[in-house]
Design a protein around this ligand. Sequence first.
Ligand code: NDP
Ligand code: MG
Length: 383
Amino acid sequence: MVKTISVLGSTGSIGAKALGIAKNLIIDVAGLAVFSNVSHLEEQIREFKPKKVAVFDENAAKRLKENVADLDVEVLFGMDGLCEVAAMDGVEMVLNSVSGMVGLRPTLCAIDAGRDIALANKETLVVGGSLVMERARAARIKILPVDSEHSAIFQCLQGCHDKKSLKKLILTASGGPFFGKNIDELREVTKRDALKHPNWSMGSKITVDSATMMNKGFEVIEAVWLFDVLADDIDVLIHRESIVHSMVEFCDNSVIAQMGVPDMGIPIQYALTYPKRVPSIVERLDLAQVGKLSFCKPDNETFKGVDICRAALKVGGTMPAIINAANEEVVGLFLNEEISFLEITEIVQKAMDRIKAVNSNSLDDILAADAEAREFVIKNFKK
Ligand code: NDP
Ligand code: MG
């Protein structure tokens, strides 16, 4: 079990939960980073007493610095600040739970500094999977999944030493708030409807991604890199109850599933205590109370997210970075009520059709692809 961590995105849904888990396990929190929510960060600083914090927004960082002048904490800002917290001395593991591909560079900085990573920030692997895994392997860094499906698969694979015995990874998906709706019904849905996830309480960006199924598509890409498997060997299965968090099918047709209540506390804690298991503050699973578990095929015709991501993976190179950036911008427009729900995946598809990917995994090429896709969306679709 780790003794000291830093948490990037500490004011978010995952970050705040992770601090609760760390507190219960008496893990020291040496670094924190956020975008701009300095009032929440200040509370966390007073409680956890980190040595360094980073606030991406420079003005917010200045405000925080004045407010915590009585404390022994260094306040940094911008991407450099984020990277400094990601690479700071004396930290064994960096929990990256920022939202969006802005998490890529801090992930690389943590790897270069020799820190293990608990990765919630899936966009890191969507846009830079090849680069990140290559560097992590070379530096012998562990990347432990926090995303519940990937944690489930990772847990199911413990004790499996023969990759040839794997047949399929089966990612479960709740189907989100619009499961069962047809295209005509989806024309009417609003931002408020999209933000009502049936089982999970999460940040707004990932909640919208769950509604479009882009989240599940990103998770297919994430699984390809984390587990070194082909996308064709990853199936997606709708499971409305979110109790089975994912499964692995072996060559003898045996299937192992990981279950638990839908609470991110379990995968977060497993990443922090791996390979150990210790008692948790998360509620027990009472299957008699759940009663029934159901499964069915996803409707990929209506919810295009998974197919878009599979197509982007096939193109390869910088295409996943292009669709991710387009999606980040488009979700922003949707949350601003500038576009409709159905336009989200339509515009991401257009970005994929219009923008040419390059066959490269260099950080510069990834960042250039990201910038081009964002500009495409803003120029053509922002009102
Ligand atoms: P939230 O929106 O709740 O939180 C995002 C966090 O990241 C906030 O602390 C925010 O700071 C911070 N942040 C955003 N941009 C920056 C930046 N440029 N620099 C520094 N910090 C930044 O998101 P979630 O916690 O829901 O999700 C975080 C990540 O985890 C995402 O990648 C998501 O896909 C993944 N994930 C989340 C799950 C969940 O249950 N929530 C499940 C599985 C994966 P501020 O508060 O100041 O804005
Ligand atoms: Mg997930």
